[in-house]
Design a protein around this ligand. Structure first.
Ligand SMILES: C[S@@+](CC[C@H](N)C(=O)[O-])C[C@H]1O[C@@H](n2cnc3c(N)ncnc32)[C@H](O)[C@@H]1O
Ligand SMILES: Nc1nc2[nH]cc(C(=O)O)c2c(=O)[nH]1
Ligand code: SF4
Ligand SMILES: [Mg+2]
Length: 214
């Protein structure tokens, strides 16, 4: 039997995060996640979904006719078939990014994929799940991301960044939790501390609000 993955949704939108911000992109959201971040905007992907073969996923992605694909979830790497899916998307010529929680090993991901690796903060409730050895496998086309709940998260992330020179590994994003940490406050903290990070607000939520499929 050919390999299948559990899929919550496949949709076409503008990339709302990372250095690919604003690019028309097809999103493949895999079902299931072993973490429970308090702020998660994708909890509808924890359960359910529909089994799809990798060929059927590729067909659906290709139907949208755009070169950029973002594989997300849920936690995509929690499904064994994710590695094959990423490889097949790259083989088909797509420019692929992966959103991952940083809880599972990233070194086995196809080298052509741009890996966006969250570092979970104390405010997420999942800080103890960070797999710190992932930091040894980052390259220039990957990105590290901190999603921040409050000032304490900011100071924790800032100190971790500066103590370990994380910005020398790959670009680093600081993003406020939507409608929790005011983006302007985060912007002013980063300016005051002259941090070598990119402050980013989720573009798709500014455009369409916080809902599935955008
Ligand atoms: C839904 S997660 C899926 C991928 C993976 N499980 C992870 O956590 O990276 C995709 C991205 O959305 C971020 N995110 C989730 N809820 C958010 C919220 N309420 N505000 C801002 N970013 C959020 C996550 O931190 C992560 O960077
Ligand atoms: N437009 C849009 N951009 C995104 N970038 C990462 C997303 C995600 O949920 O991982 C996402 C999403 O859900 N929508
Ligand atoms: S790891 Fe990602 S999908 Fe899972 S709960 Fe956290 S933000 Fe949501
Ligand atoms: Mg999202």
């Amino acid at each position: 039997m050919s390999q299948s993955l559990r899929i919550t949704e496949i949709f076409h939108s503008l990339q709302g995060e990372t250095s690919r911000l604003g690019l028309p992109t097809v999103f493949v959201r895999l079902t299931g996640c072993p973490l429970r971040c308090g702020y998660c905007d994708s909890a509808y992907a924890f359960h359910g979904g529909e089994r799809m073969s990798i060929s059927a996923i590729l067909e659906e992605v290709a139907r949208h006719g755009t070169p950029y694909v973002c594989v997300t979830g849920g936690e995509p790497l929690a499904q064994a078939g994710c590695h094959d899916l990423l490889k097949r998307l790259c083989d088909a010529g797509f420019s692929v990014s992966l959103e991952t929680s940083g809880h599972l090993p990233i070194e086995t991901v196809d080298a052509r994929v741009s890996r966006i690796v969250d570092i979970k903060t104390p405010g997420s409730g999942e800080v103890e799940k960070n797999l710190w050895t992932n930091l040894n496998h980052l390259g220039a086309h990957d990105e590290l991301k901190f999603v921040l709940v409050h000032r304490h998260d900011y100071e924790w992330a800032r100190d971790l960044l500066l103590d370990n020179g994380l910005h020398t590994l790959c670009p680093v994003i600081f993003s406020p939790v939507w409608e929790s940490l005011p983006p302007r406050e985060l912007a002013e903290w980063v300016i005051a501390d002259k941090l070598p990070v990119r402050v980013q607000v989720q573009l798709h939520k500014i455009l369409w609000g916080d809902k599935p499929g955008v």
